[in-house]
Write a protein that binds this ligand. Structure first.
Ligand code: UD1
Length: 389
């Protein structure tokens, strides 16, 4: 059997790493090998956003790189489809496996279906209900087309049922990101915080602050267009950081390229970089982020993956969004996050509440580190010539 897996952007890499490993393990113990090809669309392309993750997570170099790079959504999706169709015609896989909700997920699932190749979506059924998010469009289209929908939690199963997806296409496998977290927790824990900071300071930024202690700092990531593309919104968030958060705490912020570009364009970079409690970092590696998350007293983020990691690590999290496709990570479902959007009054209020919160790790059902194995089993079971796992 031939499987072709696709990755495109940073949040895909930690989802594919454990899947690649279970395929390798499976092949060592069987004569009926799975022929596996890894395709990188090249949406994220620089060392810090892409290559470093392959190296640190032990993902083999992609067999094929489509090198689509930056562009508008239509450019990224269109170029990926054109290039991926050629790959499919040559490779003729039985399955295309897509993960998450980035442009590569959408482009490659559409292309595969159009040439008659079966699609398996890992992380199916997540819904924010917010059609202004490019990721929501990617999720809806991918799930509508997929032959096998592997869900991370039970709420996702309900979402798919409500959309009329036939029961036999849905399999509850758990959260594959947590496989990666469990496999890398020990290594992350051994890293030194000060070394991480010194190694990753942004270019043109020097920081002479005191050593940062575990439990004393806030950690932030922010890259969604709804938070960083409007000057007014971004400025009000930066004001909260400068006037409120950083009057009391040190903030560690690995800055996404989209955010760095806009902070500079809107004239907000200097206000941040000159503040004595703000530490601006380049995008950091997987282990470094996990280590910083383990020691943070709180997280501020608009990333979906970090909401999930905060849930399992128990880091109190202010989610800088009005909705989430991952409700299982919210306080009301036992998780560690509170939705605060980008309204500064609300952020201020929830920030005061969260300051007194203790770290309370939670583990939703099947977030047990064995999801990749269940993904491969499901694909094998759903193939024309079922093979024992
Ligand atoms: C993409 C995903 C989003 C995910 C995020 C994580 C979609 C629709 N969005 O958003 O779901 O949460 O990745 O990072 O697929 N850039 C670089 N170097 C790189 C990659 C990007 O400088 O290696 C720059 C690009 O030139 C662009 C900006 O970063 O200006 C944004 O990149 P883009 O791929 O458009 O989307 P993300 O905002 O990263």
């Amino acid at each position: 059997m031939k499987i072709l897996s696709v990755v495109g952007a940073r949040p895909n890499f930690m989802k594919i790493a454990p899947f690649v490993k279970v395929v390798e393990n499976y092949n060592q113990n069987t004569s009926e090998k799975v022929d596996h090809t890894l395709v990188h669309t090249g949406q994220h392309y620089n060392v810090r956003m892409s290559e470093a993750f392959f190296r640190n997570l032990g993902i083999p170099d992609p067999d094929i790189n489509l090198e689509v790079g930056s562009g508008t959504h239509a450019e990224q999706v269109g170029q990926t489809m054109i290039a991926f169709e050629k790959v499919l015609n040559k490779e003729k896989p039985d399955w295309v496996v897509v993960v998450g909700d980035v442009n590569a997920t959408l482009a490659c699932s559409v292309t595969a279906k159009k040439v008659g190749v079966k699609v398996c979506h890992i992380e199916a059924g997540l819904r924010s209900g917010d059609m202004s998010m490019p990721e929501e469009i990617n999720r809806l289209v991918t799930d509508r087309l997929s032959d096998l929908l592997l869900t991370p939690d039970k709420i996702s199963i309900e979402n798919l049922r409500n959309e009329g997806v036939p029961e036999e296409k849905i399999v509850f496998v758990g959260n594959i990101m947590i496989d990666t977290l469990e496999q890398n927790r020990e290594k992350a824990d051994s890293l030194d915080l000060s070394e991480i900071i010194q190694k990753n300071l942004c270019r043109d930024f020097s920081w002479n602050g005191l050593d940062v202690e575990d439990g004393s700092y806030a950690l932030m990531t922010m890259h969604r267009p709804s938070n960083v593309d409007s000057k007014e919104v971004l400025e009000s968030l930066i004001r909260f950081i400068v006037d409120d958060l950083c009057s009391e705490k040190t903030l560690l912020w690995p800055v996404h390229p989209r955010s760095e570009k806009n902070l500079k364009e809107f004239g907000l970079w200097d206000m941040l970089s000159s503040h004595r409690n703000v530490v601006l970092l380049e995008p950091v590696g997987y282990h470094e982020m996990l280590r910083m998350n383990m020691g943070a007293s709180l997280m501020l983020t608009d990333s979906g993956g970090l909401q999930e990691e905060c849930c399992v690590l128990g880091t109190p999290c202010l989610t800088l969004r009005w909705n989430t496709e991952r409700p299982v990570t919210l306080k009301e479902h036992g998780g560690a996050s509170v939705l605060v959007g980008n309204d500064v009054q609300r952020i201020r209020k929830e920030y005061q509440t969260i300051l007194s919160k203790k770290r309370t790790p939670q583990r939703p059902e099947l977030w047990d580190g064995n999801t990749a194995q269940r993904c491969l089993e499901s694909i094998l079971k759903n193939s024309e010539n079922p093979q024992p796992v």
